[in-house]
Design a protein around this ligand. Sequence first.
Ligand SMILES: [Zn+2]
Length: 194
Amino acid sequence: MSDPLVRLIGELSRLPGIGPKTATRLAHYLLKAPAAEAQALAQAMVEVKEKLFYCSLCNSITAVDPCRYCSNPERDRARICVVEEPYNIEPIERTGEFHGLYHVLLGALSPHRGIGPDRLAIQGLFERLEGIEEIVVATNPNVEGEATALYLARLLKARGVRVTRLAFGMPVGGDIEYTDEVTLGRSLAGRREM
Ligand SMILES: [Zn+2]
C-alpha cells in the first residue's frame, strides 16, 4: 500500500457511490491534472474537516455555533422541521415554504441495519420543545423515513406537540434530495396532521 496511486485508489473507493473502477479513473485523472488542481481538491477536503462541524442545537453543518438558522431572529421559532441529514435542509430552504427552525436527526431508523433510536439525534429535539407549536417531519418517503416519522409522531404527540408530515406527491421510496423544488414546495404547503 505504499504506492501512492494504489493508496489514492483505495481512499477514493471508500467514498459512497464510488466503486473500484470509478476510483481508478478518478485517481488517473488526478495524476494527469495540474498540481494546483489536485492541491485545491486536497485543501478543500482538509478544510471541511477543520472548519465545519454540527450546530450544537440543530445538527446542521456550520462554521459558527449556533448556525445561521438557529441564530436568525427572523425565523419562526414555534416551528421545527425535522430532517434526516444536513443536506436535506437546502432543498427545503429553496422552496421558500418553510421559515422555522430545523433539527437534523443524522440518520433514520432502520431495524434491519441495526439503527435504533439511540443512534439518532432525537434527545436534542426533545430538549427544544418549549414554545413549539408544530413539528414538521420531513424524513424521506421510504421505509426508513416513514418508520422514523411514525416513531417521532408517537413520542411528540404524547407530549402534546402538533406533528405534521409532508404531503408527499413525490415518488414513494424517493428522497428529499432528489425531489424537485415545486413538488417539495407543494408537499410542505400541503403538510398534514400525523
Ligand atoms: Zn442550528
